[in-house]
Design a protein around this ligand. Structure first.
Ligand code: SAM
Ligand code: SF4
Length: 347
């Protein structure tokens, strides 16, 4: 959007967002596109149909949405997708969020990326106030990387990580634990993260969306087993630390490394949930693992100059936030399967 996003100046503090289970909602994850330059086997099928452009929130609408949430007490924004850095002019949006960092209302502006475009954007992200970036990377093997992402090239992602570190961005690697795929690589990935001073978090594969011929249960490598694998190589100490999110942490004593585990399936993390997710079409999902959502695009488009309708719709949605998700693989079925893809809701 040439010339920058128009400013939604009506940012004001009213009562913060508290859900029916007394959880304060201070964290918004925003999917800015459903498109991606990769086709990871656990995330998308090879032939995806993407949304028509008119369905997407414009950059200006994304600014209004996020600014309204910040006005309602959201302190952390994570930009995701799809691949957020393939959205045209996305830096304009990051730059427009800088004003909320400058005012102190927003404590953190961050993103989750596959890393393919980081070489181009690392400096601009830093200049916009981003300090930490999550890069998704499941293997350090060229061939396996090409297999799991279908369209990706490892060298490009590694260059992106180099550029991001040079720019001063702190990197966390997120790896999806995939049975028979990256089990053997666990020590190598762990050491590589230690050498580069990057945190590492393992994620259990979740039943999100149709992924063609791939079978979820075939992919599922429980993080209980990942932990056991660590125990074969390291002394593993549990850490009490919580980030308000789903991750649980351990320290590897020998390398003094902190490793995260995101275990929606083998453990339930909902009681401390502080987040909601906005899709690129303006749907607000109160829980990643439930189908209920609220359409925020309609109040936004119907009342472009007046944020109150949007604010009321957000409050009504938060009042419906469920207690937790129903994912369950324990009966050897992918129970709680969601029809939408992770790239739609934003991982
Ligand atoms: N394209 C960006 C990326 O890959 O980092 C951001 C969007 S992606 C949907 C966000 C995260 O969701 C990635 O770390 C990815 O590995 C994870 N993810 C995607 N599908 C998943 C699934 N079915 N189960 C668990 N994690 C998944
Ligand atoms: Fe794209 Fe991220 Fe999904 Fe991979 S996980 S297909 S990079 S959105």
């Amino acid at each position: 959007m040439p010339g920058g996003c128009a400013r939604f100046t009506y940012v004001h503090m009213t009562a913060p967002l508290i859900d029916p289970f007394a959880r304060a909602i201070t964290y918004l994850r925003v999917s800015v596109t459903d498109r991606c330059d990769f086709r990871c086997v656990y995330c998308m099928s090879e032939n995806m149909t993407f949304l028509p452009k008119k369905e997407l929130l414009t950059l200006e609408e994304l600014d209004k949405m996020c600014s309204t949430f910040v006005g309602l007490g959201v302190e952390k924004l994570r930009i995701t997708g799809g691949e957020p850095l393939v959205r045209r002019e996305i830096m304009t949006f990051f730059q427009s969020m800088t004003r909320h960092l400058d005012s102190g209302a927003l404590k953190e502006l961050t993103l989750t990326t596959n890393g393919s475009q980081l070489e181009r954007f690392a400096d601009a992200l830093y200049a916009a106030g981003v300090r930490r970036v999550n890069v998704s990377l499941d293997t350090l093997d060229d061939k396996k990387f090409a297999d799991v992402t279908r369209w990706g090239r490892l060298a490009q992602v590694l260059k992106g990580i180099d550029a991001a570190q040079r720019a001063g961005l702190r990197i966390k690697i997120n790896a999806v634990a995939l049975k028979g795929f990256n089990e053997e690589e666990l020590p190598r990935i762990t050491e590589w993260c230690a050498e580069r001073d990057m945190d590492l978090t393992w994620i259990e594969v979740m039943p999100m969306g149709d992924i063609g011929n791939e079978d979820r249960l075939d992919q599922y490598w429980s993080l209980e087993d990942v932990r056991s694998t660590y125990e074969q190589h390291y002394t593993v100490t549990d850490l009490a630390e919580r980030s308000g999110g789903p991750a649980r942490y351990v320290r590897l004593e020998e390398s003094d490394q902190k490793i995260g585990f995101i275990t929606p399936l083998s453990h339930n993390f909902c009681e401390s949930c502080n987040r909601v997710r906005l899709t690129c079409t303006g749907e607000l999902y109160m829980c990643l693992g439930q189908e209920d959502m609220a359409d925020l695009r309609k109040p936004l488009r119907d009342h472009p100059g007046d944020p109150r309708a949007l604010e009321e719709a957000i409050r009504a949605a938060i009042s419906l936030k469920p207690k937790g998700h129903d994912f369950d693989y324990s009966r050897q079925r992918a129970d709680g399967q969601m029809s939408r893809h992770m790239s739609h809701t934003g991982g």
